[in-house]
Design a protein around this ligand. Sequence first.
Ligand code: NAD
Length: 256
Amino acid sequence: MAATTRLISRLALVTGGGSGIGRAVCQRFASEGALVVVADLNEEAANETLRSLSRDHKVQEHMAAAVDVSSKQSVEDLVESIQRRYFQPASVCVNAAGITQDDFLLRLEEAAFDRVVGVNLKGTFLVVQAVAAAMVASGVSKGSIVTVGSIVGKVGNIGQVNYSASKAGVEGITRTAAKELSRYRIRCNCVLPGFISTPMTDKVPERVIHKMTSLVPLGRMGEPAEVADVCSFLASDDSRYITGTSIEVTGGLFMG
Ligand code: NAD
């Protein structure tokens, strides 16, 4: 059950908020009292998430926005639009935007490598940089940035050389940002989902899903809400002495 007031008076930016894990994060944050900026490349999907927050009493104050996290200009425009609308920067940010474009190492095209790294790794860099700069400029008293890596960034995965490299890099960004930003009272942590049921994994063939699920000690795929629960903890003061860490949300998959 949600701790209902844990994020009250926090303004939270969630990229990739139009689907899957990002959408679940938006819903969880809103249910805990945060104002939420739902940002996604797919503006209609972001608006759909926004509408799903409508039961929350602050519905009129949440907003949806289009952003391409792989574009510096687009990310800067988003951060500025938040400042214009709320007269403050987001003090919580979750970087859930991400893509896959899978192929075997021996076949993967350069363009597919660049696209995945451009969104997952460079996109995380651009968002963390712009959001942190806005937090520092406004002197936030407690900032929390959550990045979304993946367990495959640690262990690798057949057919995902681009994706696993990008997600390993996300952890590097997170730890460095945590070290550099702690003096500004900004924490930065990473969640490492395992195998979570979302439109991203809907693309995975049934037999692969079956095989992966059989490897999960808890015996099933995870739900987006189960990742959102951890993001909520990391966003809130309940994790105030935690920075620079990665939390696996995998049902025990590839532990140790
Ligand atoms: P999803 O496909 O359901 O959602 C990803 C969202 O990101 C989509 O709404 C998409 O429009 C948006 N997006 C894509 N490119 C973008 C861009 N350039 N700018 C802004 N938004 C963009 O996927 P998901 O499963 O919810 O994944 C969310 C995050 O979790 C991703 O970073 C993914 O790599 C990571 N992850 C997912 C799993 C899993 O099993 N589903 C496992 C590990 C990590």
